[in-house]
Design a protein around this ligand. Structure first.
Ligand SMILES: Cc1cc2nc3c(=O)[nH]c(=O)nc-3n(C[C@H](O)[C@H](O)[C@H](O)COP(=O)(O)OP(=O)(O)OC[C@H]3O[C@@H](n4cnc5c(N)ncnc54)[C@H](O)[C@@H]3O)c2cc1C
Length: 478
């Protein structure tokens, strides 16, 4: 079909103001923050309602035209970059918080709803509830995050973000609307996925290859009146990993994480630090403690001090715990690590604006060796050893993320990042650290190691839901 015909047909379905072939936008849509490149879409469509999504999918399915959904394109995996052109479905206009149920602790949102928007809405209208936040900028999608099983600041306590989903409404490739979770049966509540068979999983970690999600019911949590964030500066990665596991066992924190030394230097303005003074801390460990009662807060904080003291007695050197409010007085840049959602501008606002990583979920018991090995590989490739480790779901597994900033306009830097990421995945996958928000190139390199039965089942599911293979082709290739 010629571009003119394509635009004419789509315009007839959704209106001219929702269809764009602006060459600059098409070109920009073929790249994201990372080193990965896609193919420019032929057209961008911005649906405003579910009926628009249905109409576009029916049309695309009949003509076997690829459809790629996107909100803000910050997934750091090339997951919303078209690989075969087609229609880029920009979901930003479907941005309503449709319902909030403070008693039953859930909200119903559209895909274009952003973290900053949720925070503002809940703080203003439902202060008895709270949601959780990613470290992505406030203007990124909550729903896209849940579909990618993202990590939030309450994921230690309540699990990664897909576990917060009570269900979704999705449009399949042929235009059929499906609802999962309680809304698959009830028209009066969507507060649970139970006791329905868990078909929500058909849309999680699959990057839009099974359907376009148009609504989701997402859990809220009870708000806590008191919250403290403490930092501890340490000099030993092994001691930091052990300390975090000990904190998790005590069940006193909402969130805990380890950040290696270059993060602190970048926070204070260094672009890409590769040198650390021998006396400077090697890691920053942070913990969040919350409660509704001062007495409980005091108890949690005294346990925290006790665990830290035990670590010191076993030979580890720690500074702190330092209250982030005091750190902000000394160095205002710490504000970026104090409140959520936040904008980590030191990762984003630099020449060429490139940001990439290998992010994995794996066993916290192997963090030490995996972190040390990864940092060594990063240094060997000429990059600062930026590592972040955070336990998830009460410590059942953990995040290990190795981060690079680079100049996207310099081919040699793009190539160096691609090479480094490849080396990191090669080292981490055999240790049980599985790349999340999995980029296409990881499947190309390592897909053959996926269990054959799993691949076959996924192929059958994908073929059943999308027989013409139009949905975000190339992602999770089967
Ligand atoms: C500095 C920085 C820090 C970050 N920190 C975190 C973090 O702490 N935790 C974390 O989890 N992530 C993090 N991220 C990654 C990312 O920004 C978040 O996960 C964010 O929520 C993604 O939102 P988005 O609007 O950019 O989604 P997009 O990138 O637009 O979409 C993500 C995926 O969802 C698919 N998709 C979009 N809409 C739909 C739909 N309606 N139906 C089906 N599929 C759809 C897309 O095709 C794509 O595969 C970070 C990113 C940056 C830049």
């Amino acid at each position: 079909m010629s571009p003119t015909d394509l635009v004419a047909r789509l315009t007839a379905l959704v209106g001219a103001d929702r269809v764009s072939i602006d060459p600059a936008r098409l070109k920009e849509a073929a790249r994201d923050l990372t080193e990965i490149r896609g193919t420019p879409p032929d057209v961008i469509v911005r649906p405003g309602e579910v009926a628009h999504v249905q109409a576009v999918l029916r049309f695309a399915n009949a003509g076997k035209i690829p459809v790629v959904p996107v909100v803000m394109n910050t997934n750091i995996g090339g997951l919303a970059l078209p690989s075969r052109g087609g229609i880029l479905l920009d979901m930003t206009a479907m941005n309503r918080i449709l319902e909030v149920h403070p008693e039953d602790l859930y909200m119903v949102i559209e895909p274009g709803v952003l973290f900053g928007q949720v925070k503002e809405h809940l703080d203003r209208n439902f202060p008895q509830t709270r949601f959780a936040y990613s470290l992505s900028p406030p203007e990124t999608s909550v729903l896209a995050n849940t579909l990618m099983d993202g990590l939030l600041n309450l994921s230690l306590r309540y699990g990664t973000s897909s576990t917060w989903l009570n269900g979704v409404e999705a449009v399949l490739a042929d235009g059929t609307i499906v609802r999962t979770g309680a809304a698959g049966w009830s028209t009066t509540q969507w507060c649970t996925s139970s006791p329905m068979p868990d078909l929500t999983g058909l849309f999680v970690n699959l990057h839009g290859t099974t359907g376009i999600v148009t609504k989701a019911s997402v859990r809220l949590q009870q708000a806590k009146r008191l919250r403290r964030r403490y930092f501890m500066m340490g000099y030993d990665v092994r001691a930091a990993c052990a300390l975090v596991r000990d904190f998790v066992r005590e069940d006193i924190c909402d969130d805990i994480g380890i950040l290696t030394w270059p993060v602190a230097k970048m926070l204070f303005g260094e672009l890409r630090p590769t040198w650390r003074e021998p006396g400077e801390p090697l890691v920053m460990t942070y913990v969040d403690v919350t409660s509704n009662r001062q007495a409980e807060m005091d108890l949690r904080e005294s346990i925290l001090a006790e665990v830290l003291e035990t670590s010191r007695k076993s030979g580890a050197r720690w500074e702190g715990p330092l209250d982030v409010r005091d750190l902000i007085k000394i160095e205002p840049a710490f504000r970026k690590l104090a409140e959520f959602p936040t904008r980590l501008d030191f990762m984003l606002d630099h020449p060429g604006g490139g940001l990439s990583w290998v992010g994995t979920y794996g066993p916290t018991s192997r963090w030490e060796e995996a972190t040390e090995l990864s940092c060594r590989i990063m240094v060997e490739h000429g990059f600062p050893p930026i590592a972040v480790a955070r336990p998830m779901a009460q410590g059942h597994f953990g995040v290990l993320r190795l981060i690079e900033t680079f100049n996207r306009d310099k081919p040699e830097e793009v190539e160096a990042v691609a090479k480094l990421n490849k080396a990191l995945v090669e080292a981490l996958l055999p240790m049980g650290f599985i790349p999340y928000k999995t980029p296409e190139w990881v499947f190309r390199e390592h897909g053959s190691k996926i269990d054959p039965g799993f691949r076959e089942m996924l192929r059958r599911v994908r073929t059943a839901l999308d027989p013409n293979g139009i949905m975000n082709p190339g992602k999770w290739p089967v």
